[in-house]
Design a protein around this ligand. Structure first.
Ligand code: PAF
Length: 279
């Protein structure tokens, strides 16, 4: 596995034969990332190469959010990538990615205004900007993003469409722990009690899905049932719980097969997100 730290060296490794597939990450790699890498390997094919980027992107963290304390287990991540058969690991520094007078960014202006975008102003501008830069630096043919960050995936697809990046975007199903909690680098912040209660999010989403599949259409009624379940966990504090159209990400009054229920909730200081299609 090659480890590259500068954009210049990453650009210099082209040209190549076979497909290059990128898995952009912020490190603290876990089983969920392992699955993204496996999917990237399949998409790359026998002659292709898998590139993982690890960069904790300051631009997508609000002031006072967990940027400083975000886990950065470099050695464990290197080993993880080596064991997962990654061909190239791109690990740039902040100075490498952002000049001190950096002044151009990428902003999506429709899908980014709901859900995470409402709770975390500027977050998706940070995500789009860094992903656009990674696409330009690494020139992948395809890139894999997890469906746990459903809104991020939708926004990246929109960015690729609207800015004509010649890159296929592959969505990967959410990987879960045995008790249903979605795998996330932030799960390691949870205290034992918080960790015990966190799977309530997934149970509440499943209850919503069950109600919708039984023919309940009123999103208000479905959301009430899901909210009651989450509120029964004393350590959970809901940030948002919404049913939206999975294309527009705008809230809907009636659930339908293309609806998605999305939740963000705090357990102590730790903010977790999850989502589920209602079909
Ligand atoms: O999903 C993430 O880990 C990040 O938002 C991403 C896509 C790597 C951009 O920093």
């Amino acid at each position: 596995m090659k480890i590259l730290r500068s954009a210049t060296s990453a650009t210099a490794i082209r040209p190549r034969s076979g497909r290059r597939v990128l898995v952009p990450t912020m490190g603290a790699l876990h089983r969920g990332h392992g699955d993204l890498i496996r999917i990237a390997r399949e998409a790359a094919g026998p002659d292709g190469e898998v590139v993982v980027s690890i960069f904790v992107n300051p631009l997508q963290f609000a002031p006072g959010a967990d940027y400083e304390k975000y886990p950065r287990p470099e050695q464990a991540d290197d080993e993880f990538c080596g064991n997962a058969g990654v061909d190239i690991l791109f690990r740039p520094s902040v100075e490498e990615m952002y000049r001190s007078d950096f002044s151009v960014s990428v902003e999506e202006d429709s899908l980014a205004n709901t859900l995470e975008g409402k709770s975390r102003p500027g977050h998706f501008r940070g995500v789009c900007t860094v992903v656009a830069k990674l696409f330009n630096i690494l020139a992948p043919d395809a890139a894999v993003f997890g469906e746990k960050d459903f809104q991020q995936l939708a926004i990246i697809r929109r960015m690729v469409r609207d800015l004509n990046f010649p890159i296929e975007i592959i969505g990967a199903p959410t990987v879960r722990e045995a008790d249903g909690l979605a795998c996330s680098s932030r799960n390691q912040y949870l205290s034992p009690m918080e960790r015990q209660q966190a799977p309530v999010l997934q149970r509440a989403l499943q209850e919503a899905q069950r109600l919708a599949m039984e023919g309940n259409r009123s999103t208000a009624a479905i959301l009430n049932a899901a909210r009651r379940m989450i509120e029964a966990a004393p350590l959970a504090r809901i940030d948002y719980l919404e049913i939206v159209n999975s294309e527009t990400l705008h809230p809907v009054a009636e659930a339908s097969p293309d609806s998605l229920i999305a939740v963000a909730a705090f357990f102590g200081q730790t903010r977790l997100i999850d989502n589920l299609r209602l079909s």
